[in-house]
Design a protein around this ligand. Structure first.
Ligand code: ATP
Length: 352
């Protein structure tokens, strides 16, 4: 009896001791956070999942911040556990929501966000988004909060990385949509002029155009573009027996309605314009986007845990590595990203 009591007492004190040690360990755990910002892209959820699980696997605590820098300015940190990111690897959009945040462009906004982080003990943040998001991350890191960026945009216009999460899914979605349009263009002997997204960059348009066998691809990078060249190509290929035509126009060029009217007037071929729009931003991410997002998420957490800051995770020569954010932003506008001239040349050659 006595022994039992003693044992019980001992186990109780051991239990207390264990609880104390556990609390101490919890206190020592590094706290990091993750947010998505700017436009959403398929694969962002896979990146969030990778960040959360890698952090926990490596002994850190991880918090989600909702609606980009808005949640950070409000100081809203939500602890995420392993199972909180179950069932999202296959979904488009972002579980953490995303938004633009005008306040974060001002010094007061960034200062307030940094104060919230310090008060809450957040030592580092993974920011998933485009170059605007990285500009915000750079400002925040100057206030003493470590930041690592992950490129997430369907436009693939991050100059320092060969690839950004969402690009492959968006290309595949655009390709499927244009395939559908081709069915009806073929049935009616029409010309379809289709605008695909990509902001000021033509990467999405070029790849979609090649994959869909477009007659012409109109992209902002080609400064010598002339609509009459498109008309001439349609007439030339019509002469050779071609009966329906697909023209892909990048968002950065736009004006598909006017182009359709012009082409119809000059060729006599019924021409229809379609703007694919946001259908390209959604949908289940492809294998490539899920895998790259997972690799980038893992790499970002490794960097934060090693005490790094101001880095953006990038793909270089098909390998995941990282790059200084400030240097990355100095590379300037997306149009400074080398354009794939060879593929553009090939597209021209095979669309005869
Ligand atoms: P996308 O390529 O999809 O547009 P993005 O990250 O470039 O993504 P932006 O709207 O440019 O999207 O930027 C997202 C957010 O990043 C902005 O709403 C703002 O909160 C923050 N941000 C952008 N530029 C700056 C800046 N110069 N300083 C501080 N924060 C910025």
């Amino acid at each position: 009896m006595c022994f039992k009591l003693l044992k019980k007492d001992k186990s109780k004190s051991l239990q207390n001791e264990n609880t104390d040690i556990k609390a101490e360990l919890e206190d020592k755990k590094m706290k990091i956070a993750v947010l998505t910002s700017g436009g959403d892209a398929p694969g962002m959820n896979a990146a969030i999942r990778a960040v959360v699980r890698t952090a926990i696997y490596k002994g850190a605590e991880v918090y989600g911040i909702e609606r980009g820098y808005n949640g950070l300015i409000r100081g809203e940190f939500k602890k995420l556990e392993v199972r909180d990111v179950s069932d999202i690897i296959q979904t488009g959009g972002t579980k953490l929501y995303t938004a633009r945040c005008a306040e974060f462009r001002e010094d007061e906004g960034v200062t307030l966000a940094a104060e919230h982080c310090k008060k809450f003990g957040i030592e580092g943040i993974v920011t998933i988004g485009g170059d605007g998001t990285f500009r915000g991350a750079l400002d925040l890191s100057r206030k003493g909060i470590n930041c690592i960026g992950i490129p997430g945009t369907i436009d693939n216009d991050i100059a320092c990385s060969e690839y950004s999460i969402g690009f492959d899914t968006a290309m595949n979605t655009a390709m499927r949509m244009v395939d559908n349009i081709r069915d009806t263009a073929q049935s009616h002997d029409r010309c379809s002029i289709v605008e695909v997204m990509g902001r000021n960059a033509g990467f999405l348009a070029l790849n979609t155009g090649v994959a869909c066998g477009a007659t012409s691809i109109i992209i902002p990078e080609d400064k010598e573009f002339d609509i009459d060249d498109v008309v001439a190509k349609i007439l030339e290929t019509k002469e050779q027996g071609k009966k329906h035509f697909i023209i892909i126009v990048a968002e950065g060029v736009g004006g598909v309605e006017e182009k359709a009217k012009y082409i119809e007037a000059k060729t006599g071929i019924e021409s229809r314009a379609t703007v694919l729009g946001h259908v390209q931003r959604g949908g289940s991410p492809t294998v490539r986007d899920r895998v790259v997002a997972t690799q980038m998420g893992y790499h970002a957490v490794e960097l934060l845990l090693a005490g790094a800051t101001c880095r953006v995770v990038v793909m270089k020569d098909e390998k995941i590595t990282d790059y200084d954010i400030e240097e990355a932003l100095k590379k300037g506008s997306p149009l400074h990203k080398p354009f794939d001239e060879k593929t553009y040349e090939i597209a021209n050659a095979v669309s005869i």
